[in-house]
Design a binder for this molecule. Structure first.
Ligand code: DGT
Ligand code: MG
Ligand code: MG
Ligand code: MG
Ligand code: MG
Length: 268
């Protein structure tokens, strides 16, 4: 078919191919979740339903899109790491990012009721996305460490802040004033001495966030077998399946990466 005279408009499309050999990270973040969490009565400082729904939506992204080797989430954000050799959508940044953002957003709405049975969804939530490329394993690990450190810092602050209000009877202004200039050790000490809370014993989900990775799991499956001349029978066999599994552990140190050597590809 002859090209129409309008074809030239294609040339206005810019090339956003991601540099080869780099890990492609897509980070999503909830739009104005300060308001969204208030309107939907999220528990303070952490709402377990909301965190579980974020994780469920991220799991859906990993299962429905290709080549995500690890995802890490906390608060209203999730980062998805595409393997460095991925050729999915010819590594076009806009395609990758919009597919992740739309799959995540629609899953968040789709699964809402499973987690917020009593709380209606009042308006459609949105998520922004960005793409960042990391050329080495060290850079990628430092990126994930940065997000996990952020989780820790925020959670310690929020735990201290809301404990001062909920258990200490302070106003938000007083709690903010009380925490001004305090270091991590001061917040730990305040929680322990005033409220008998040992921050180390807080749930790992809240302190460490959620890392999702693919793991092989042996699962029993029932199969119907028909041998000629005999009745059909059911047998149970073991199948090895790849599943998305959550981890709430430290991903800054070496242990996690030593235990899961398949996540990263060599720098060489
Ligand atoms: P943005 O991202 O610039 O559109 O604006 P926000 O408001 O989403 O800001 P952001 O992403 O820096 O901070 C996340 C907000 O979400 C923050 O106000 C706290 C809230 N949030 C996240 N998880 C929870 C939760 O489990 N419980 C409560 N109460 N709030 C949460
Ligand atoms: Mg933001
Ligand atoms: Mg946000
Ligand atoms: Mg955020
Ligand atoms: Mg199309």
């Amino acid at each position: 078919m002859a090209k129409s005279k309008f074809e030239y408009v294609r040339q206005f499309e810019t090339d956003d191919t991601c540099l080869r050999n780099c890990y492609i990270v897509v980070r999503l973040d909830g739009r104005n979740f300060h308001k969204f969490s208030e309107k939907h009565n999220f528990a303070k400082p952490n709402d377990h339903r909301a965190l579980a729904l974020m994780t469920r939506s991220a799991q859906s992204v990993m299962e429905d899109l290709e080549d995500v080797v690890i995802a890490y989430g906390q608060s209203d954000e999730f980062s998805f790491v595409f393997k460095r050799t991925s050729t999915w959508f010819k590594r076009r940044a806009s395609k990758l990012m919009t597919h992740v953002a739309s799959q995540f957003s629609s899953s968040y709405v789709f699964y809402w009721k499973e987690y917020f049975a009593e709380q209606p969804l009042l308006y459609p939530p949105g998520f922004d996305g960005r793409v960042v490329l990391y050329p080495s394993n060290r850079n990628l690990r430092d990126y994930l460490s940065w997000r996990q450190a952020d989780c820790h810092v925020n959670n310690l602050y929020n735990t201290a802040f809301w404990t001062l209000i909920q258990k200490g009877g302070l106003t938000t202004v007083q709690a903010e004033e009380r925490l001004k200039g305090t270091l991590a050790a001061d917040k730990n000490e305040l929680l322990f001495s005033q409220f008998d809370i040992n921050y180390n014993n807080e749930p790992p989900l809240l302190k460490k966030g959620t890392a999702l990775i693919w793991e092989k799991r042996d699962e029993p499956v029932t199969k119907r077998v028909k041998v000629p001349g005999q009745e059909e029978t059911e047998v149970t066999v073991t199948r090895t399946r790849k599943r998305v599994c959550p981890h709430h552990c430290d991903i800054i140190g070496d242990q996690f990466w030593d235990e899961h050597p398949d996540i990263l590809e060599s720098d060489g």
